[in-house]
Design a protein around this ligand. Structure first.
Ligand code: ZN
Length: 126
């Protein structure tokens, strides 16, 4: 999780407001020194989105997971409010990969428990 690679924009576009050509890049923005207008160049935002989309989620043994996959929970998990929790071997269908909090990168529904988020490190692709 190192963030986005820094993208240099070779020739920042002229300012759309005052058409000043001496614009410069600052982080993901292009800044106009004349009027102070700041905007996201079309180029830069695409790069950022492409970078985010390349995030690969792998299961406990290194298989790459995708939306819609069926996985098996490989270890017993405690669930708030449930005395038994999720047992190892529980099948979870139709997972959705998310950018969850604290490495909970799988959004899914577990039979008997409902919607929840799991860590990819506790599942294996079925
Ligand atoms: Zn300007």
């Amino acid at each position: 999780m190192g963030g986005y690679p820094h993208e240099m924009i070779e020739n920042p576009p002229p300012c759309p407001k005052c058409s000043c050509e001496y614009t410069y890049e600052m982080n993901a923005l292009v800044v106009c020194p004349e009027c102070g207008h700041e905007w996201v160049p079309a180029n830069g935002s695409t790069e950022a989105e492409a970078g985010a989309g390349e995030r690969v989620v792998k299961d406990s043994v290194g298989n790459v997971l995708q939306d819609g996959d069926t996985v098996v929970v490989v270890k017993a998990l405690k669930v708030k409010g449930s005395p038994s929790g999720i047992k190892a071997g529980t099948k979870v269908r139709n997972i959705r990969l998310v950018d969850g909090v604290d490495e909970h990168d799988i959004d899914c529904k577990v039979d008997g428990f409902g919607a929840m988020q799991l860590k990819s490190s506790v599942v294996k692709k079925a």
